[in-house]
Design a protein around this ligand. Structure first.
Ligand SMILES: NC(=O)c1ccc[n+]([C@@H]2O[C@H](COP(=O)([O-])OP(=O)(O)OC[C@H]3O[C@@H](n4cnc5c(N)ncnc54)[C@H](OP(=O)(O)O)[C@@H]3O)[C@@H](O)[C@H]2O)c1
Length: 405
């Protein structure tokens, strides 16, 4: 088991102090060297695709590919169909990915509580999500759990099919789920052999959002449709938090263009050496660039509001589950009592719920943040996270990888 040494703790403290003093006020970051956060698997939908072929040509790690679990858990979503359909005319529908814990669950809870929203909890672990909804006191009928594994493109496709079968008109899609592998020395790969952080956090959501864009354009209700992709301060190098090494940097995206498979290409987007913490930060830059590219391409034409946000540092969530135990113990009190940058899961859920439903937050192309008084403001993205040329290139490469063009 990894041990947190003195320099690491010092670095962690300076990181937290830095976060507290930055513009977003309730900032959060971790020292990349001492923490590794995210990781997941993403499976490709087309077995004959370029990626699948490349993977099949590969050895060992692809042999352990297990089919996505969507088939086995699709039924429970269907059993709630008739109950859900009854409420369709009175409630708006929001899909939240990764609603089984943390920010996603708190947001689902906040929206379900209003009685005005039906929440589709799009989760990879059906039972965990069902239990989480119950323990959060979400009223029966206010939610439906549907299986989604963002690390499998086949699962993403099946999720979209299942959702369409429910007959609900979609009002808001929240791309929230993420994985973080801060201490990982070697990359993990999705079923198609794509580095897991980017496969889950960016490509799985990119595919999901591309498919559901059509559903957001229905004419059945006149609600303000929104597509929200959760960002992070850690991907923004115009902040103190974002300046803690390793900094996010997509470079010229050569690694992504090569498929992030760690064989023919690097597992990192910029083509460099694998670093789990940087892979997470890079994926969050992708999230923020993707939101803006959606805005440029589709806002005028569709009226859909595209937004991103930094919800604050939610030090208690499962995002840090792969971090060393000492970090997980110290991080919440450090944020709470030293930096005062701590944001509770409940508060973060209210913030994201605002972006979902507040009539004052319909402006498209915005990256929202909150100050210490929990007032929202339009925050500035870093130079890279607002680079329109890079956003276009990212879009095109992602399309090519997913064979969407
Ligand atoms: N925590 C923070 O301080 C912070 C700060 C800034 C931004 N954020 C962002 O907030 C969002 C939520 O993170 P969190 O802090 O709430 O962490 P969390 O509690 O770990 O929630 C992440 C969720 O993503 C789900 N997930 C992971 N891999 C998945 C996959 N392959 N398919 C479907 N779902 C998957 C997890 O499902 P399981 O329950 O099955 O694992 C979990 O429900 C992320 O986008 C993160 O980048 C967090």
């Amino acid at each position: 088991m990894a041990v947190c040494n003195a320099p690491q703790l010092t670095a962690m403290c300076s990181t937290f102090n830095g976060l507290h003093t930055e513009k977003a006020a309730s900032g959060c970051a971790t020292n990349v060297q001492s923490s590794a956060f995210l990781g997941t698997r993403l499976a490709h939908m087309k077995q004959t695709s370029m990626l699948a072929r490349a993977n099949q040509a590969e050895s060992g790690r692809f042999a352990s590919y297990a089919p996505p679990r969507a088939q086995s858990v699709a039924a429970p979503a269907e059993t709630k169909k008739s109950e859900a359909s009854k409420k369709t005319s009175t409630q708006s529908t929001v899909i939240i990915t990764g609603a089984s814990s943390g920010l996603g669950l708190a947001t689902a809870q906040a929206l379900a509580r209003t009685g005005e929203w039906h929440v589709i909890m799009a989760c990879r672990d059906f039972l965990k999500a069902e239990r989480a909804a119950k323990s959060a006191g979400m009223p029966k009928g206010s939610y439906t759990v549907m299986h989604l594994d963002l690390a499998s493109l086949e699962s993403v496709k099946q999720f979209v099919d299942n959702f369409r079968r429910s007959g609900r008109p979609l009002d808001v899609l929240v791309c929230n789920a993420a994985v973080y592998f801060p201490t990982e020395k070697q990359p993990r790969f999705s079923a198609e052999g794509i580095e897991l952080s980017v496969a889950t956090n960016h490509l799985g959501h990119f595919y999901l959002a591309r498919l559901l864009l059509e559903d957001l354009q229905h004419k059945k209700t006149d609600t303000n449709r929104r597509l929200i992709i959760v960002g992070s301060i850690t991907g923004n190098t115009n902040t103190l938090a974002g300046n803690i090494p390793p900094k996010a940097n997509l470079g010229d995206l050569r690694g992504l263009a090569g498929g992030l498979n760690g064989v023919q290409s690097s597992a990192m987007i910029d083509g460099g050496e694998f670093d789990g913490a940087k892979a997470y930060k890079d994926s969050k830059v992708c999230n923020m660039l993707t939101m803006q590219e959606f805005h440029r391409r589709y806002h005028k034409q569709t009226g859909i509001t595209f937004a991103s946000l930094y919800p604050g540092c939610i030090a208690t969530t499962g995002l840090f589950r792969e971090h060393i135990p000492l970090f997980r113990t110290l991080f919440p009190p450090f944020q709470k009592y030293i930096t005062k940058g701590y944001v509770s899961e409940e508060e973060s859920g209210k913030r994201l719920a605002q972006v979902v439903s507040d009539p004052k937050m319909t402006k498209s192309g915005v990256y929202w943040s909150w100050n210490n008084d929990s007032n929202s403001f339009e925050n500035q993205l870093s130079e890279e996270a607002s680079d329109a040329d890079k956003a276009l290139k990212l879009w095109e490469i992602s399309e090519k990888l997913l064979e969407l063009d």
